[in-house]
Design a binder for this molecule. Structure first.
Ligand SMILES: C[S@@+](CC[C@H](N)C(=O)[O-])C[C@H]1O[C@@H](n2cnc3c(N)ncnc32)[C@H](O)[C@@H]1O
Length: 280
């Protein structure tokens, strides 16, 4: 980032700190124009589409939106992936939600900060692990200095950010706050998986405003931010309806499909791990 870009980011971070987000999750700016019916409370430069899921209203149901044995499987997979690739250090979970992965990584010795624009979700993180820093902010405007974290990650967030420019800004912000040599991890829904449109009609967190994002967009934004992808992998397959007693079989099948060229393009998630190569 250029010097002017840095100072711009710093002033945005300051603005976010000075004007914390209200319960609606939309930042308040001091001289914002009056709200309009199309974009309530929309702040200058903030990209937040009006029909995006209001996670404050979903927060109480979120942890029960999928069967717990399926959620636990994904939690194990994500924590294991991070432990395999990134040593314990300072990490930021962007769009941390109710904080299940943040809590797991904290237990594993990572120094975790959770960020989310919805206080209703952060409330559950605070309840789960009062010691974890819970920061109320958008991924597009992370209120941290450059080169602050060893790892910046997001799981199942980008398809809610959705707008192409906002997705790019979020990736750039995640890269900016990562130390040179540190990692950026994006774990999101794979648009090629045919089951998402069916499942997304059923779960409370999806309203139809989401956009499943081709991995190419993430790769371009990472490159623009000065990060080099080191793992680009299709991951996971187990659907919400997998019965608990069939999980061992489902896990073996998933592992075979993940390693099968071409077939693995249909996996549920795209996982991209990048290393920040540039010194700002
Ligand atoms: C499907 S939940 C995923 C939560 C958590 N990462 C997990 O894996 O359980 C999506 C999360 O993204 C958050 N989110 C939505 N828009 C965001 C944005 N612009 N920046 C950061 N987080 C956002 C939501 O508040 C919500 O907590």
């Amino acid at each position: 980032m250029s010097a002017s870009g840095r100072s711009e980011a710093a002033s945005v971070a300051t603005a976010v700190e000075a004007h914390p987000l209200p319960e609606s999750g939309v930042p308040v700016q001091p001289k914002a124009p009056p709200p309009t019916p199309d974009a309530p409370d929309k702040a200058p430069n903030e990209v937040f589409h009006p029909n995006q899921t209001d996670f404050d209203t979903v927060a109480d149901a979120y942890d029960d939106s999928l069967p717990h044995h399926v959620m636990d499987h994904y939690l194990d997979k994500r924590a294991e992936f991070i432990r395999r690739h990134v040593a314990p250090g300072r990490v930021v979970d962007v769009g941390c939600g109710t904080g299940v992965l943040a809590a797991r990584l904290s237990d594993d010795g990572y120094d975790v900060t959770g960020v989310d624009p919805f206080r209703g979700m952060l409330k559950y993180l605070k309840k789960r692990r009062p010691g974890i820093d819970a920061v109320h902010a958008f991924g597009q405007r992370l209120p941290f200095g450059d080169d602050s974290f060893d790892l910046a990650y997001c799981v199942a967030v980008m398809h809610h950010v959705a707008d192409p420019e906002a997705v790019r800004e979020t990736v750039l912000e995640m890269t900016r706050v990562t130390k040179p040599g540190g990692h950026i991890l994006i774990w999101d829904h794979n648009p090629r998986n045919p089951y998402w449109p069916i499942l997304m009609k059923r779960v409370p967190q999806d309203t139809g405003a989401e956009r499943l994002i081709p991995e190419k967009e993430f790769l371009e934004a990472l490159h623009a931010g000065g990060a080099k992808p080191i793992v680009v992998q299709p991951h996971s397959l187990i659907p919400d309806f997998a019965p608990r007693r069939l999980m061992p079989l489902a896990i073996r099948t998933e592992s075979i499909v993940e390693r099968a060229p071409l077939l693995n393009r249909l996996c549920a998630h795209n996982v991209i791990l990048a290393v920040k190569t540039i010194q700002r």
